[in-house]
Design a protein around this ligand. Structure first.
Ligand code: K2U
Ligand code: ZN
Length: 185
């Protein structure tokens, strides 16, 4: 297993429409293992294959995982298709491993229905709400080249992209910001 490099805005791969997964083989299973390891290592609750440079319609999710507990509920979605979105909406403060350190409120449908295939080739058709619905929509957006910052004003989006570009490839550590806030002005 390996922790992979997560691409950051404005990498063009993040704006591509990913291709459908045609074959579930050992190579794909190894990629899924690496995606989960990368997601946990970066304190994420979801990750889409384009974020690690693989433009395939594949996402991994674990909204139950916490740094200080072993509880996990891993979901692998191959070729996910969201075919229903409720009119009821929900606002959630979203972040993205490809836009490190930036968090903004995003409004999305609160309840969705999604069909997908799992790593064993089994078809699923589930209803999701709350944070799971938010993460599934966020990750499925990645497969279509859409980032959460695309829902913001162009001014705010460009400010966030400029901040991330200034970071370069420097690893982002949440604690860094806390240090800055504590600095005497
Ligand atoms: O796509 C990603 O970069 C994964 C996001 C998943 C996410 C989607 C929607 C709302 C929040 C997160 C990462 O997990 S970002 C880290 C994070 C975790 C929990 C809450 C906010 C940000
Ligand atoms: Zn993201």
């Amino acid at each position: 297993m390996a922790v992979l490099k997560v691409l950051r805005v404005p990498n063009p791969i993040l704006k591509q429409k990913a291709k459908k997964v045609e074959k579930i083989d050992d190579e794909l299973k190894e990629l899924v293992n690496d995606m989960f390891e990368t997601m946990y290592a970066t304190n994420g609750i979801g990750l889409a294959a384009p974020q690690i440079g693989i433009s395939k319609r594949l996402i991994v999710i674990d909204t139950k995982w916490r740094k200080d507990s072993d509880e996990k509920e891993q979901i692998v979605m191959i070729n996910p298709d969201i075919y229903y979105k409720s009119e009821e909406l929900r606002v959630y403060c979203e972040g993205c491993l490809s836009v490190p350190g930036q968090y903004e409120d995003v409004t999305r449908p609160d309840n969705i229905k999604v069909r997908y295939t799992d790593l064993d080739g089994n078809e699923h058709d589930i209803s999701a709400d709350g944070i799971l619905a938010t993460v599934i929509q966020h990750e499925t957006d990645h497969l279509n080249g859409v980032l959460f910052i695309d829902y913001l004003s162009s001014l705010k989006r460009n400010i966030l992209i400029r901040k991330v570009k200034k970071m370069g490839d420097k690893p982002y550590n949440e604690d860094d910001d806390e240090d800055e806030e504590d600095e005497e002005i």
